[in-house]
Write a protein that binds this ligand. Structure first.
Ligand code: FPP
Length: 237
């Protein structure tokens, strides 16, 4: 679908620069259909691909997605294995068209957790997209906000530095990215679950009841319309 059809009446001047998704509800989506949880994650990947592409084609500069948290690795082994297989099978394929269009991909999280072949695919994505100027797709993999902050604090201590908040932000995975203007969480849960804790200080948050695999373009336009109505004050009047 052409970009002009994507907006569906949205005011393009009120789009967030950076949108971030907490993609929740894959397991419940599967349970409702008497399917194994991994079927929910598989459906979630399809949604992720479409939503990222729509956001980029709308002209949003940065799209972040919470794909695997530091806590997710403590789920039952067969679910973690299924998530690893999904990453292995999809990470390059789902991004290659966007990379060809000039999108840069970044990953945030401790990537040392992943098997060598997955890390190779991640490296390939990073390499091929490193010159991208059109937008940034930032994928959180084995990511935790507390770990990120602790790591940054420890680096500051090692550097013997007292830092300002702007300088501190340079120590985070998101050093080169603006803070998220809008964080969208699906499936009705109203919490950040260790996602971008430092960066979310002034983010607008929209929670939708839709389970992630059912999140579609209409929902995307709805959350963006809701964001466009928000009056951001950053603690001022
Ligand atoms: C939350 O649903 C979702 C996750 C823990 C994983 C999200 C991962 C993907 C969509 C795929 C990642 C793949 C690639 C290629 C990066 P949940 O399982 O917590 O759902 P529930 O709350 O209904 O149980």
């Amino acid at each position: 679908m052409k970009s002009k059809d994507l907006y569906n009446g949205l005011d393009k001047t009120k789009l967030p620069r950076h949108i971030a998704f907490i993609m929740d509800g894959n397991g419940r989506w599967a349970s409702k259909r008497m399917l194994p949880r991994k079927a929910g994650h598989k459906a979630g990947v399809k949604t992720m691909r479409k939503v990222i592409s729509d956001c980029v084609h709308m002209g949003i500069e940065v799209v972040s997605v919470y794909a695997f948290s530091t806590e997710n690795k403590f789920r039952p082994k067969d679910e973690v294995d299924a998530l690893m297989q999904l990453i292995r099978d999809n990470i390059y394929d789902m991004l290659k068209e966007l990379i060809a269009e000039g999108v840069k991909v970044t990953f945030m999280g401790d990537l040392s957790f992943f098997a060598a072949d997955i890390r190779e695919s991640l490296d390939k994505v990073l390499r091929e997209s490193s010159d991208g100027k059109k937008a940034v797709v930032n994928i959180a993999l084995n990511y935790g906000g507390r770990d990120e902050i602790l790591q940054a604090v420890n680096k500051c201590v090692q550097d013997g530095k007292t830092v300002t908040s702007e300088e501190f932000a340079r120590y985070l995975y998101t050093a080169d990215l603006p803070d998220p203007d809008l964080i969208v969480r699906t499936s009705g849960e109203c919490r950040l679950s260790n996602f971008m804790l430092y960066q979310a200080a002034y983010s607008e948050i929209v929670v939708t009841k839709t389970l992630w695999p059912d999140f579609d373009r209409n929902e995307l336009v709805d959350v963006l319309s809701e964001y466009a109505k928000r009056n951001r004050r950053y603690g001022k009047v």
